[in-house]
Design a binder for this molecule. Structure first.
Ligand SMILES: [Zn+2]
Ligand SMILES: [Zn+2]
Length: 238
């Protein structure tokens, strides 16, 4: 299949480098779905994103990427996804992004890819019920709810379970407090990073599985120029 970068400007959406247009087609692999293509357009670092992944909705791209990836660091996954134009600076797709990368990290560590795919679909359905703006309007940031969805999905909590019910609600609660302490205005990047870090800490302490080393440095935000409400120096990821 031949493919070119189409609906975006002249630089690589992934790393910002210039695109190179070659005379000959070469074998490339899409960064998001890992399918193989033939293309004569990549960036100087060789990054390639197929047309299908380019035009997918944010929610579908998150699911597709998470199904295919074998990475285990959820922050790394989140940043790769956030670089796609399908994931807006702010938006309810982050309510799925957070549980999706956490579920992927958890099951990729176990090498249980079959269960991962099932759980990603369950989380997607639940995350779609968490609307945009819920942070300010309901006092319940969707990135925090996303960590509760993650915990509920991996422990198979229901309204009738005991321990897992407690864990899922505690997961949302502790994330919400961590997010609330920073105050507003909302930033879906800042709050997703806080949510993922808190979920990794909580998973290590309560489930005994280390998703990644959250103590080692914080991710450096590369999205601040797109956020007119960025809190600048007060952001822990600045
Ligand atoms: Zn690139
Ligand atoms: Zn693709």
């Amino acid at each position: 299949m031949n493919n070119t970068f189409t609906n975006h400007s002249y630089n690589c959406m992934f790393c910002g480098e210039e695109l190179e247009y070659l005379q000959e087609y070469k074998d490339v692999e899409c960064l998001y779905c890992h399918e193989k293509f033939q293309s004569n357009v990549t960036c100087k670092s060789g990054h390639y994103v197929c047309d299908s992944c380019h035009s997918m909705s944010g929610i579908d791209l998150i699911e597709k990427y998470c199904k295919e990836t074998t990475k285990t660091n959820p922050i790394e996954m989140a940043i790769e996804l956030m670089k796609s134009p399908s994931i807006h600076m702010h938006g309810p797709e982050h309510h799925y992004l957070v549980p999706a990368v956490l579920i992927s990290s958890y099951y990729n560590l176990k090498k249980d890819y079959k269960t991962k795919i099932k759980k990603l679909a369950v989380a997607k359905k639940r995350a779609k019920d968490v609307p945009g703006g819920i942070c300010g309007f309901n006092g319940n940031c969707g990135a925090a709810v996303g960590t509760g969805i993650y915990m509920s999905v991996i422990t198979e909590a229901t309204p009738l379970t005991k321990e897992s019910w407690g864990l899922a609600n505690m997961m949302t609660g502790t994330t919400l407090i961590a997010i609330a302490k920073r105050g507003g205005p909302r930033c879906c990047k800042r709050n997703s990073f806080i949510a993922i870090r808190n979920a990794a800490k909580f998973t290590e302490e309560n489930i005994g599985i280390k998703l990644y080393d959250y103590r080692k440095g914080k991710p450096k935000c590369t999205f601040k120029s797109k956020n007119k409400e960025c809190i600048g120096n007060q952001c822990p990821f600045n």
